[in-house]
Design a protein around this ligand. Structure first.
Ligand SMILES: [Mg+2]
Length: 343
């Protein structure tokens, strides 16, 4: 839940400056506003995001609701596997909630994969998100997926997944340290004057490519038993990785803004490009839409590869809409959460 301080920060970053100044000054406009100030920013954020995200998923991605199939077998197998890891997952804990998010991810995004491969995807998502949320506490856990059953993906993809995982781990750890925060603080303090031609922004892109884990997740689309011909899909991997990272930035922006996050990619680009965050969301939507066009062009007419990619692209939207983690139901962008995982 947002604290008063967080709400204020959201207000400052998102409300039109004229509106904000008028509230600060207690002007006639402020007095005419019926909504209490504390309620206004969340509504404003939702009002701004709803048309952007609706157009993104419906017009650019051609998304239609696609609830996952029965996930009972997946849940059971993933639960058994996770229980053997020793990673805490008590009922009601943050870890247990993130585990459910991992099951949702596999159910939505790789629905045709054999259960053992889906379990691998659950494990990777669970441990990855645990680390993403609290890198310092889970330093030891991320090595586990790299050591798991990578052979199901084939040697080349498996090696890329290992290196992507090390990049993910390393960049998440870096972000907990003083050096990373120091760069952002210095850049924010200097503004554009100390940042000619927005020259620091390559750093933000570099970190996002690594901390998003998109490379690894893109390869999960193609376990070799089902998709043996790498030449059919390798060209779409870079744009699929880009989609995984940047579509998450768009679709998790509401949750992250509500939590007062100021070190995510959208916040960094807003700072480097001297734009408001909503303008960066619009830029990312355009960027992602073009990436998806390229993906669809490279994979067209190559069944079953085409369907695997579409499952991942559209399932990824469903995953964000269905998962309570992303809070999209609060702004009219969620879908009814079916019983994807047992309570
Ligand atoms: Mg995010």
């Amino acid at each position: 839940m947002s604290s008063v301080g967080t709400v204020t920060a959201v207000l400052q970053s998102l409300a039109p400056q004229s509106w904000y100044r008028s509230h600060q000054a207690g002007s006639a406009l402020a007095n005419d506003t019926l909504k209490p100030q504390a309620e206004r920013p969340e509504k404003t954020l939702g009002e701004k995001l709803r048309p952007l995200i609706t157009s993104f998923v419906e017009n650019d991605l051609k998304y239609e609701p696609r609830p996952p199939r029965d996930t009972t077998a997946l849940w059971k197998a993933a639960d058994e596997y996770a229980s053997q890891t020793g990673v805490p997952r008590e009922a009601g804990s943050r870890s247990a909630k993130i585990f459910q998010t991992g099951v949702m991810y596999a159910a939505c995004c790789v629905p045709r994969h054999p259960v053992d491969v889906q379990v691998y995807v659950v494990m990777y998502s669970w441990l990855g998100l645990l680390l993403d949320d609290s890198a310092a506490e889970h330093e030891d856990d991320l090595g586990r997926p790299a050591a798991a059953d990578l052979h199901v993906l084939g040697r080349g993809p498996a090696n890329f997944i290992v290196t992507a995982s090390l990049n993910f781990l390393n960049s998440n750890l870096l972000q907990t340290g003083a050096a990373f925060r120091g760069i952002a603080a210095t850049a924010a303090a200097n503004g554009n004057a100390g940042n000619p031609n927005n020259s620091g922004r390559s750093w933000a892109r570099y970190v996002r490519e690594k901390d998003g884990g998109g490379d690894a997740v893109a390869y999960f689309t193609f376990p070799k038993a089902m998709y043996p011909n790498q030449e059919e899909y390798l060209e779409c991997i870079p744009d699929l990785a880009r989609y995984i990272n940047l579509a998450n930035d768009v679709l998790s922006f509401y949750k992250e803004e509500r939590a007062g996050e100021n070190d995510n990619f959208i916040s960094q680009m807003a700072m480097y490009e001297d734009k408001d965050k909503i303008a960066v969301v619009e830029d990312l939507i355009e960027d992602v839409a073009q990436a998806v066009e390229r993906i669809r062009a490279t994979i067209k007419g190559k069944e079953p590869y085409t369907s695997a990619v579409e499952d991942h692209i559209l399932g990824y939207v469903a995953f964000h809409k269905l998962s309570p983690r992303y809070q999209l139901a609060e702004v009219g962008l969620g879908e009814e959460t079916l019983k994807v995982v047992p309570k």
